[in-house]
Write a protein that binds this ligand. Structure first.
Ligand code: PRX
Length: 588
């Protein structure tokens, strides 16, 4: 690991840890004490990493803990703002040494380890583009994203490399450098890769951030449409204005806060609020390497004295299954604000928050494309359980209907369902889908960005979520493309055709279900079912693969051959099949 281990156990005083970290992280180079990283800021230059890290490192805030990392093994690592500045400077210099520059994509597939945070911010310092990948993805989604994103560099761990990347490497000729982090100590020596710790040790911890245009690409997030091809949402450095403002006004963050965003940076929440927004505020990030574990999470809230907690309804539903007495014995007096994102937050969850933590859970609504929270039950709002609140200052939202002439009609009658739209132009708005201008342009009409979500607005101006207008699946907070899953299913030698839908699930919100047409010479059997499910898990990863399969003789399609997933879903649920023409062709 590139960040030295302090050997601190959780709960030891921050002050002691800060000075220990400062001693360890400062390299014994002359002039260290007066070292400042500098930015050649010309008029209007904005760099996310400078706003998040260096700005604080140049003030008395530099000894404040930026990152409190909780490892699987029980170890904790603390990185101060100045420590993070130095490490991210080193990483930026590593990229320079490899001739990786402005606009070059640096993908990161690591799980939540300190190197991920260093790589993300160091990449942005160098004006290269941070492209996070979810470490639970299987090889297929990883390959597609590395290829579409045109990644020149991949930062990953030795274990993930051997399991997921090595078998694909020959298919990725444009991937020039793989930088390896050791998962359990020093990185294993792997041909065709470089040891990140060695490169870091040799790199200077001084770096001058070049002038960065607010419109320079900073982050590339892949998200799912209905088709098999993921969409690379382009985000720019200027988005930091929205990250900062929303961290303050939707999450109530201040520099003294200990903030725990439970999302993985492989997804947009884990980048915008698991890294950028809270650091621009000067808060302390809590990062847990481990996957969800109810007892562990309660322990973290208590032990780390988390003050603001940002999580997701699937996790909340799992905690709601615990014995209420457990919460009575929990000391969460430090916890003063809880927020949720990614799926509908049901009224029962809001009430549960009140019972378990003495406060409501504040819903926030946004998307990969919006880059930052757009609508929320912010601090001070009267939370109406079930509503996701009102637009943040500077955000204009509306309920609209798509017209046949290509425009939109605004819905003015309260409580009437329609599509949620946002007036285009907020600072963190995505600037394109990589190499797909048609798909991007199809999202906008009459100056409105159409979100693909169905919602209603009540007479007070509060918004209520109804569902997706397209076939995209939400499972455990993750957006899943039915097309991407279907493409992998069709690779199986027994499969002639496949359709994938999301069915209601009490825990995950939606469960991925596949309908399979077998090839004529194959017949249904338990072993074929298991084989297809196993193939999908291996190729896609457990978070994306279907959990259930039903065999069908054929699949409903339009005359032009378009799969009618809605119909399959309605039949499965025994609900009316509805107006077939209402399916939105969103170009996705
Ligand atoms: O359908 C909405 C749902 O998540 C979608 C965006 O997913 P993604 O791009 O992966 O970003 C997730 C985290 C920002 C939206 O189109 N969604 C997000 N927040 C909420 C929500 N659904 C209901 N309530 C929310 N608060």
């Amino acid at each position: 690991m590139l960040c030295e281990t302090l050997g601190e156990s959780r709960g030891e005083t921050a002050a002691r840890s800060i000075s220990a970290w400062e001693r360890l992280v400062r390299r014994p180079t002359p002039g260290n004490e007066s070292r400042q990283s500098s930015i050649a800021l010309g008029g209007g230059s904005i760099n996310i990493a400078w706003q998040a890290v260096d700005r604080h490192a140049e003030t008395s805030h530099r000894t404040h803990i930026a990152l409190r990392w909780l490892g699987r093994s029980g170890m904790a690592r603390l990185i101060s703002y100045s420590g993070l500045r130095d490490l991210t400077n080193q990483f930026a210099n590593v990229l320079v040494g490899l001739d990786i520059g402005k606009g070059d994509r640096v993908a990161v597939l690591t799980g939540r380890i300190p190197e991920l945070y260093v790589a993300a911010l160091g990449t942005m310092k160098n004006r290269s583009v941070f492209c996070p990948l979810f470490s639970n993805f299987g090889p297929e989604p990883i390959r597609t994203r590395l290829e579409l994103g045109d990644a020149r560099v991949l930062v990953t761990t030795d274990r993930l490399y051997l399991r997921k990347i090595a078998p694909l490497r020959a298919l990725l000729p444009r991937l020039e450098y793989v930088l390896i982090v050791g998962e359990d100590g020093p990185a294993a020596e792997i041909p065709g890769t470089l040891d990140l710790a060695h490169l870091m040790a040799a790199a200077s911890d001084r770096f001058t951030i070049p002038p960065t245009d607010p419109e320079d690409m900073a982050v590339l997030h892949f998200t799912s449409g209905t088709t098999g091809r993921p969409k690379g949402a382009i985000h720019v450095h200027g988005a930091v204005a929205a990250h900062h403002a929303s961290a303050r006004h939707a999450l109530d963050l201040t520099p003294g806060d200990v903030f725990w965003c439970t999302a993985d940076p492989g997804w947009v929440t884990g980048t915008s609020y698991g890294i950028i927004g809270p650091l621009t505020i000067g808060a302390t990030l809590v990062v847990d390497q481990e996957e969800f574990d109810a007892e562990r999470w309660l322990h973290i809230l208590e032990e780390e004295q988390v003050t603001v907690w940002y999580t997701a309804p699937t996790a909340i539903r799992m905690l709601m299954r615990m014995d209420p007495a457990r919460f009575r014995s929990l000391d969460t007096t430090a916890l003063r604000y809880i927020a949720s994102v990614g799926e509908p937050l049901e009224p029962a969850a809001v009430h549960w928050g009140e019972a378990a933590f003495g406060q409501p859970i504040h819903d926030t609504w946004w998307q990969t494309e919006t880059g930052a929270i757009m609508i929320a039950n912010g601090p001070g709002a009267v939370v109406k359980p079930g509503s996701f609140g009102r637009p943040l200052p500077g955000v204009e939202a509306a309920i609209v209907h798509r017209c046949r002439d290509g425009g939109v009609a605004l819905e003015t009658t309260p409580d009437t369902p329609g599509e949620l739209a946002l007036r285009a132009g907020w600072p963190s708005m995505f600037r394109g889908y990589l190499a797909e201008p048609g798909r991007y342009n199809a999202c906008f009409r009459d100056g409105w960005y159409l979100t693909g979500d169905l919602a209603r607005r009540d007479a007070d101006g509060d918004y209520w979520f109804i569902g997706r207008a397209d076939d995209v699946i939400k499972s455990a907070g993750h957006l899943i493309s039915p097309g991407e899953v279907e493409a992998v299913l069709r690779e199986h030698p027994a499969v002639a055709d496949a359709a994938v839908v999301g069915l209601p699930d009490p825990l995950l919100l939606q469960m991925v279900k596949a309908f399979i047409v077998l090839k004529e010479d194959r017949s249904e059997s338990e072993s074929v079912r298991r084989d297809i499910l196993g193939h999908a898990r291996r190729r896609l990863g457990a978070a994306v693969a279907p959990r259930e399969i039903t065999f069908k003789a054929d699949l409903p399609k339009t005359r032009s051959g378009k799969l009618m997933r809605r119909l399959l879903k309605a039949r499965e649920l025994g609900i009316p099949e509805g107006d077939r023409s209402s399916l939105i062709d969103d170009g996705a």
